[in-house]
Structure formats: structure tokens, C-alpha cells
Design a binder for this molecule. Structure first.
Ligand SMILES: Cc1ncc(COP(=O)(O)O)c(C=O)c1O
Length: 421
């Protein structure tokens, strides 16, 4: 089946917005995507029909319990989690990571080692640096090759010792766009008895995320990056979630996943997250039939979601190829990421670049003047811009297409950049 971009875009009211007749072009997606109308409707419905705290005997509370359970099941499908009881909701990836790091840190002792990556967003760096400081742990750094923009896993092997307790890496970089081989990293960690914490915030909107296949111990993502509302989600392996001491109030439920969900959660955020998963499943069911066979063990929504993400990734590779080859023709432009067109399986379509003689912030402003939305700077990938030596010069311009963008939008962007540069 051909890619039905018109049907997809029709589901996102924001994509039809124009200003003085000029369409908005969203390449700001790595910082947050637009949402289908069905996501906003689900949140609306939750607020009107299930606005109550959990665990009551009256109708709105029963409806709220159901909304939470349904959202957990949707995320279990999205991540191929063995059980929805391993799905923990929270405000966002950063808050969830700070929160669980407190429980994880208690489990380690002075002199233990953790491995952090130079490719990560600070959300998967600084909570762990602070945890290490609080418990006297040693932080070791996994560098990436600044020519290939990838990890050398032989280096990881030299970092793992019998004192290593935790490895924190990202599924995809929010700056370079590199898709990491997290399955191999987790396998090495498992062989050494080391826990793994995967930041899938930037990979989850682009590729199928299967926690059982990856073999990780924790994985975090954020629904607002995959067409949902501002809502964080953490998956943890049951044995570990049960083992860790939760930082919780005394009357709060001691069972997983409740023991890690502090206070009253955003039930409407959960309902919107479920609707985002349903949206992806809709693509899988109606457009990605050719991909269903890839997931013979999955059924229903779980199969549709994973087939959809494979299907969408194939389309996104076309966008990435067009964007990269167009950028390569612009004077003085350096792509800060994998630019080999035969290696598009090793990156998401997020493409950052620097341009000789131009400030990234100025380019972003000139694009905004043409109603083309992009981010510039470090994008919280502090370690990455340091490693690339571009922190002082203002970071990079980040172009972040997703499946609802078109080749025509990329052409408009490239024409604008040609003028600006
Ligand atoms: C790779 C990555 N990790 C973590 C985060 C932080 O996510 P949140 O805003 O949900 O805390 C971001 C946000 O851009 C990100 O791109």
C-alpha cells in the first residue's frame, strides 16, 4: 500500500494551520510533536467523564480507574511489556528518572561504578551524576566516535568491570539522530550482571520499541514526542521494580506499579497517551498490512503498533535521505550525524547541522520568519555538543521530520536555507 499522507495529516488539526496564508511547517518535532484530534478528544472525555480520584465506589472514580488501566495496557502494547503492571506513569522522562534514581541509588554502595554515555540528553545523564555524588559511586563515560557519530562497543567492554552496576544509554540521540544498538549494549550488560536504563524518548516516535527484545531493565519515553500529551512513561522489569524501595507516602499502595507513582497523576494525560497509541495502531491496521508478518507472536493492537512503526520508519528514511542530500548541497553545511545514505537504518530522521559563518540561532530565527519551525542550540544534549566541539559556537540547527511531514515541506525548507545561507 502506498503511503497515505493526506489521511494521516487530516488527523492533525494543527498541521492545517496557516498564518497570513503561509502554512506552518513543523520540523520542531524532536522537542514535541503535534497531536491527532482523537488525542485531545480522549483527554476531553476523561476530564468530563472520569474527573475523580482513584479507588472510589462511585461512577466517575470507577471510570478513572478504568482510564488508568486502559492506558497502562496501551503502553504495554506500545513497548511489548510482559505486563501492564510494569508500566509506571509520571510527569515526564526527566521527573521519572530523578524519581527512580533515588530508589536505584539506595541499592548501590560506595565505590560501585555506573557507565553514562556522552551521546545522551541530559535527562539520562545528570540524574545519575547526582545519584553517584550522593552515594559515592564512580562515573565512567562511554564516548562516541565524532566522525561516525556512533559508539564503539569494544570501548564499552573495557569500561565494564566487576564493580559496574548500571549502564545508561539512549535509543536515539536527540541531536545527532544516531540510533544506537541498545540490544547489543544490554546483552553485554546482562552478561556482566549490570542493570540497563534506556532513554527511548527519541527512538520511540520512529522505531518499534520492544523491551523484551531489547533485554533492558528500565526504559523511559515521553508521549508528547509520539503524538500524545505531556506524559512520561517508565517501564521496569518486574523483579527489579519489586526489589527497589519506593519513595512513596505511607498510605500509598505498595504494589507495583502504584508504589512508584507519586501523588495524583494526570489521568487525562494517560487517556491521551492511550489515544496516541491507538492512533499509531490505526496506521498499522489500515496501512501497514505488509508489515504484520514481522510480528507473528503479537496480536491486535500490539501487532498493529509495531507494524505501523516499521512502516513509518521506511517512509521516514525517504524523508531523511531527501533532507540529508539536500543539506549536503548547501555551501558550508556540516551535518552533525550519520550522513551516509546507505546507513539510514542507523539513524532517525532528526538531522542537525552547522553552517560556516552562520549562528544556529540566527538560522532558526530566519526559518521562523518563513513559518518553518526548528530548534537550535544544545537541545539539552550537553555532552554531545561538548564532544562535537560546537557548544561555544551555539550548537547546531536541528531539523526533525516525523511521519506527518512531506518531501514538499523539506523542499520548502531547503529553498529557504539556500536563501538564508
Ligand atoms: C533523548 C531525550 N531524553 C530525555 C528528554 C527529556 O524528556 P522529558 O521532557 O519528558 O523530561 C528529551 C527531551 O527532549 C530527549 O530528547
Amino acid at each position: 500500500m502506498t503511503y497515505d499522507l493526506a489521511s494521516i495529516r487530516a488527523r492533525f488539526p494543527a498541521l492545517a494551520t496557516t498564518d497570513d496564508g503561509v502554512p506552518r511547517i513543523h520540523f520542531d518535532n524532536p522537542a514535541g510533536t503535534q497531536v491527532p484530534a482523537s488525542v485531545a478528544a480522549a483527554m476531553n472525555r476523561c476530564m468530563f467523564e472520569a474527573s475523580a480520584n482513584l479507588g472510589g465506589v462511585f461512577r466517575t472514580s470507577v471510570a478513572a480507574d478504568q482510564a488508568v488501566q486502559d492506558a497502562r495496557c496501551a503502553m504495554a502494547d506500545f513497548l511489548n511489556a510482559p505486563s501492564e503492571e510494569e508500566i509506571v506513569f509520571g510527569q515526564n522522562m526527566t521527573s521519572l528518572t530523578f524519581h527512580i534514581s533515588r530508589s536505584i541509588g539506595r541499592h548501590f554502595t560506595k565505590g560501585d561504578e555506573i557507565i553514562l554515555s556522552r551521546m545522551c540528553h541530559d535527562g539520562n545523564v545528570y540524574p545519575w551524576v547526582l545519584m553517584a555524588r550522593d552515594h559515592g559511586l564512580v562515573v565512567k563515560w562511554l564516548p562516541f566516535n565524532t566522525e561516525t557519530f556512533e559508539f564503539d562497543l569494544d570501548v564499552l567492554d573495557t569500561l565494564i568491570t566487576d564493580k559496574t552496576r548500571l549502564i545508561c544509554v539512549g535509543g536515539a540521540s536527540n541531536l545527532t539522530g544516531t540510533l544506537n544498538d541498545i540490544k547489543s549494549i544490554c546483552s553485554r550488560a546482562r552478561d556482566a550482571g549490570v542493570w540497563t536504563y534506556i532513554d527511548a524518548v527519541q527512538s520511540a516516535p520512529h522505531v518499534s520499541t520492544d523491551v523484551q527484545d531489547i533485554g533492558c531493565d528500565f526504559l523511559v519515553c515521553s508521549a508528547y514526542k509520539f503524538f500524545g500529551p505531556h506524559q512520561g512513561v517508565l517501564w521496569g522489569r518486574r523483579e527489579i521494580l519489586e526489589l527497589l524501595e519506593p519513595y512513596k507516602l505511607r498510605p500509598a499502595d505498595d504494589e507495583i506499579p502504584w508504589r512508584f507513582e507519586t501523588g495524583t497523576q494526570s489521568h487525562e494525560g494517560m487517556a491521551g497517551t492511550q489515544a496516541a497509541v491507538e492512533y499509531i495502531a490505526w496506521i498499522g491496521e489500515t496501512m501497514a498490512q505488509d508489515y504484520h508478518d514481522r510480528y507473528p507472536a503479537f496480536h491486535g493492537r500490539r501487532k498493529y503498533v509495531h507494524a505501523a512503526l516499521d512502516f513509518l520508519f521506511d517512509y521516514e528514511k525517504e524523508l531523511a535521505a531527501h533532507l540529508i542530500s539536500g543539506l549536503q548541497q548547501l555551501p558550508g553545511v556540516k551535518i552533525q550525524g550519520v550522513s551516509d545514505l546507505s546507513a539510514l537504518d542507523r539513524r532517525v530522521p532528526t538531522v542537525s547541522f552547522t553552517a560556516a559563518g552562520s549562528q544556529p540561532a540566527d538560522i532558526a530565527r530566519a526559518l521562523a520568519d518563513r513559518n518553518i519551525f526548528v530548534w537550535s542550540g544544545h537541545n539539552f544534549a550537553v555532552e554531545v555538543v561538548e564532544a562535537l566541539g560546537i557548544r561555544e559556537s551555539g550548537g547546531a540547527v536541528r531539523i526533525g521530520p516525523v511521519h506527518y511531514n512531506s518531501i514538499a515541506e523539506i523542499d520548502t525548507l531547503l529553498a529557504a536555507l539556500r536563501e538564508i545561507l
